[in-house]
Structures are given as structure tokens and as C-alpha cells.
Design a protein around this ligand. Structure first.
Ligand SMILES: *Cc1c(COP(=O)(O)O)cnc(C)c1O
Ligand code: SF4
Length: 353
């Protein structure tokens, strides 16, 4: 068995193990685990012991998960937007294809908490074939996002089989993989995996780091292996109360990501997923943080702060407002709050085309 498979085998999944490992009173988290599975690999457990609360909160169940009556099972309306099971076709030119039901660690704030890691999420050869068949017959889809669960938890040959079949569909121009593996199980990124992946360019990987303490030398090595194979890396961070809802933490996270060759792509407002209310901040908090960051750190380190609108209406960028008034001149303020203006006219004569 390889190192990463051992990590999965030795991951902890019971409240007794939490009590043993972290020596804390865990109330009644076994009833939470019955509903929403827990899995923490030894690698991430060691990080929790070092960094404490912000990492603990992401991985260890909380009884608050069972006390969220306003939450929704499927806030993004994914099931309604699935022409075949486990394939979400929401936007005209791209589709989300769920190819693995498991993750290396089950994040307590997961948007797909209703099914990830549970019996309810059934992925079989048949659902994979149905998904591929839909993609083959829907040529307006130019980009496929593999997600789950975590696609990089599949065995190399199983993942390669899916990539091979995607590559044969002429209308698919780009493949994107969403994976938290570089953060939660970086030893999974082996030279063999990377050698396989690089055969399927243009390939993008969007990973998921939420806190600077997650950027370890192991994570850096995993990202370097992927980047050296020409795989462009992005990061989809979730804004989480008590984890990263501060300008200082996110500034450090985004700058550190850039330094390990990962471009911050999205900062997500928390979805209305049932069992995650205790993680949610309000939107003003997020906009305020973005306002503090824009102009003060490299533009390369700035993600788009976005809300994935309830009911499957799509992602909405939440940008601080810089325009203060519009008339013959456009008045706005710069990142420091200083006023400036620009003539709001169109020079028809000089227009091209
Ligand atoms: C987020 C998402 C995408 C990708 O959106 P981008 O803005 O291109 O990153 C595609 N399909 C679904 C269903 C999604 O939720
Ligand atoms: S890695 Fe992603 S899909 Fe898996 S539990 Fe975490 S948020 Fe959910």
C-alpha cells in the first residue's frame, strides 16, 4: 500500500478517536457523524494539533450541524439541473461532472453535504458512462469540471480511463479538476499521477485552501509537481466564520498561495447548505475584506468574491463599489478612498468597427 492509501486507511472517523487524538470533550458528535460522515487523515490531524481552531473547525463535527432548520438540502438546485445523475449542466458552455463520492477529509461546511461520503451518492460505471454519453451528445459543452467528492481520490487508472474517454469527445476543449487533495492529502500527488495527468492537456486544477496554516512544505511540493507538469492551478477558498473571516488571514493565505504557484480564483460566500449556518458570515464582511485587499496586495493574489446564487441561478461576483456617481463625468474612488473622475463620453468618430 502506498503512503497516501495508508493515510486514508489510518484516517479517523469516530468521536472516540477524536477524544483520543485531540483530548477534547466532544459532546455528542457521534450523532452528527451518523448524519454527516467524518474523515480526518493523519496528515491533517497533525496540522490541527499545531494550528488549532481554524483547522479544527473545518474537520471536526459540531452539534450545530444538526441545529440548522433554515438550511437547504440542495441550495444550488443541482439535482434539478442534472439531466443524468451526477452531471450538473447549469451554464451554456460547461458542465460539472461528479466522478467520485469520497474525499480525503470531509469538510464540515461542504456545499454537497447532503451526499458527499454518504450512501446517497451513487457513482458507478453506469453513471460515468451516462455522463460521458450526455457530454458526447451536447456539443455546446466546451469545458468539463470533474468534481465529487474528490476526483484525485480515484486510483490513477480509473481516473485516466475517464480522462481518456473525455479526450475522445471532439467538442470538449478544456478539462478542469476540482480537488482538495493538495491541501488535505498532498502525498497523493505522486510523480506517477502527475505523469498521467499531463497527457490530458489543456488541464486545469482548482484546489481548495482556506487557511495559511494549510500551506505546508508537503502542500508546496504537491503544487510544484502539478505546476511543473504545466497544469495551471487555481484556488477556490470558502469564507468561513472562525476560520478565515479576517483581512489579515486572507491576505496571508492569498499571498502564500501565489508563492506556491496557485492563483486565487474564487472566494465563496457560504452557501445556504443545511448544517453549515454556524460557518456563515454576512456579505458585508466579505465585501469589506475585498476592499481592504484590492490595491494593497498583488492583483494576481485577488480572487473574485462570489455568491453561488440559491436555486442554481449561477455565481454572482460581489465586487466592492468604486463608482460614486455617473453623469457627464464618472466619479469614483480609488482603493484608498480618494475621489477621482473620468469623462463619461463615447468618441463615436474614433470607434473601431
Ligand atoms: C461553479 C460551477 C461551474 C464553473 O463556473 P466557473 O465560473 O466557470 O468557475 C460550472 N458548473 C456548475 C454547476 C458550477 O457550480
Ligand atoms: S473536499 Fe470539497 S467536496 Fe470534499 S468535503 Fe470538502 S468541500 Fe466537500
Amino acid at each position: 500500500m502506498t503512503t497516501w492509501q495508508n493515510e486514508i486507511k489510518n484516517s479517523i472517523s469516530s468521536s472516540a478517536a477524536i477524544a483520543d487524538e485531540l483530548g477534547c470533550i466532544t459532546d455528542d458528535i457521534s450523532s452528527v457523524i451518523d448524519q454527516y460522515p467524518m474523515r480526518i487523515p493523519p496528515y491533517y490531524l497533525a496540522l490541527i494539533k499545531k494550528a488549532g481552531q481554524p483547522l479544527y473547525r473545518q474537520a471536526v463535527p459540531d452539534t450545530a450541524e444538526l441545529d440548522d432548520p433554515m438550511g437547504m438540502e440542495d441550495p444550488l438546485g443541482e439535482e434539478n439541473l442534472s439531466p443524468v445523475p451526477n452531471l450538473v449542466h447549469k451554464y451554456p458552455d460547461r458542465a460539472l461532472f461528479l466522478v467520485c463520492s469520497e474525499c480525503a477529509m470531509y469538510c464540515r461546511f461542504c456545499t454537497r453535504k447532503r451526499k458527499v461520503g454518504k450512501q446517497e451518492m451513487i457513482i458507478t460505471d453506469k453513471t460515468i458512462s451516462e455522463g460521458l454519453n450526455y457530454l458526447k451528445h451536447t456539443p455546446e459543452i466546451r469545458e468539463v469540471l470533474l468534481s465529487g467528492g474528490d476526483p484525485l481520490l480515484l486510483a490513477d487508472d480509473r481516473l485516466e480511463c475517464i480522462l481518456q474517454r473525455l479526450k475522445k469527445i471532439p467538442s470538449i476543449e478544456v478539462i478542469r479538476i476540482g480537488s482538495r487533495i493538495p491541501c488535505t492529502l498532498p502525498m497523493r500527488v505522486t510523480p506517477e499521477l502527475v505523469a498521467m495527468l499531463k497527457k490530458y492537456h489543456p488541464l486545469y486544477i482548482n484546489t481548495h485552501f482556506n487557511h495559511p496554516a494549510e500551506i505546508t512544505s508537503e502542500a508546496k511540493t504537491a503544487c510544484a509537481l502539478l505546476a511543473d507538469a504545466g497544469i495551471a492551478l487555481g484556488c477556490q477558498t470558502v469564507l468561513l466564520r472562525g476560520v478565515n473571516d479576517s483581512t489579515e488571514i486572507l491576505r496571508e493565505l492569498f499571498c502564500k498561495l501565489l508563492a506556491i504557484r496557485v492563483k486565487p480564483y474564487y472566494l465563496f460566500q457560504g452557501d445556504l447548505t443545511r448544517g453549515t449556518a454556524h460557518f456563515r458570515t454576512n456579505i458585508e464582511t466579505g465585501v469589506g475584506i475585498m476592499q481592504q485587499l484590492i490595491g494593497r496586495v498583488s492583483g494576481m493574489a485577488i480572487p473574485t468574491y462570489a455568491l453561488d446564487a440559491p436555486g442554481g441561478k449561477g455565481k454572482i461576483p460581489l465586487t466592492p463599489d468604486y463608482i460614486t456617481s455617473q453623469g457627464k463625468t464618472l466619479n469614483f474612488k480609488n482603493y484608498q478612498g480618494f475621489p477621482c473622475s473620468y469623462p463619461n463620453v463615447t468618441y463615436e468618430k474614433n470607434r473601431v468597427g
